[in-house]
Design a protein around this ligand. Structure first.
Ligand code: SF4
Length: 214
């Protein structure tokens, strides 16, 4: 709080508005179109986002980079890859000199690209039929590090498998299994996944150590 004004709430509202503007629009009832970001992250989270969503809490402008680039028409047109009767839809942040470019915000300069981002970029290379890709991580203090990646078939097969699993579970209304990761702590479904029951009876410390026994 600065002076009489709560600047934090202005900033949070601004981030929320921009996020809504740039987020990828998903028809949650269309199980024949699966968006790439839904299958490179926890499938359970993607399932809940479609079936019983809770709004995600955004924390900073930095994580909006990729969406803003797409919205400002630096991004390529989204493209579909047919898997049986399902469309896997992806959108590159940029395509330069026949290479797919992906921008990601980062808390620190990573020594290696994040597994979720490698899966995402590799799948984009198959969707756009390109051989090369680059992930650029940008930190809040405007440092950057980049990694180049060449297309890999095995990795794409894993994405295809996950598309099939998510589609089947959505159709059958079955919640996917937990996929514990470092992302769980900031996930809006954390409580739903990990804190299922409250104790029916309230205990005091005295009860637990036996002081209240007759
Ligand atoms: S808390 Fe973890 S396991 Fe549960 S939906 Fe979120 S990311 Fe997936």
């Amino acid at each position: 709080m600065m002076g009489d004004r709560d600047y934090r709430s202005f900033i949070t509202n601004a981030i929320e508005s921009i996020s809504k503007e740039i987020e990828i629009k998903i028809d949650s009832k269309d199980f024949t179109t699966i968006h790439l970001h839904e299958v490179v992250r926890c499938l359970r989270r993607s399932y809940y986002d479609r079936i019983d969503p809770v709004a995600e809490q955004r924390t900073g402008f930095n994580e909006l980079t990729s969406g803003l680039l797409r919205k400002l028409h630096y991004g390529a047109e989204s493209k579909d890859f047919e898997i049986d009767k399902v469309k896997l839809r992806g959108q590159a942040d940029m395509i330069v000199d026949d290479a797919i470019i992906l921008f990601r915000s980062a808390e620190e300069l990573y020594e290696n690209p994040q597994s979720e981002d490698i899966l995402f970029l590799n799948a984009l290379m198959w969707i756009y039929n390109k051989m090369d890709g680059i992930i650029i991580y940008i930190t809040g203090d405007r440092k950057e590090v980049s990694f180049s990646i060449t297309r890999n078939n095995k990795m794409f097969e894993e994405v295809v498998r996950r598309v099939r699993v998510l589609t089947d579970l959505l159709k059958e209304k079955k919640v996917p299994i937990l996929e514990p990761s470092k992302n769980c702590t900031s996930c809006q479904y954390y409580e739903r996944c990990y804190i299922k029951q409250k104790l029916a009876k309230q205990f005091t410390i005295a009860d637990l150590v036996g002081f209240n026994k007759d």
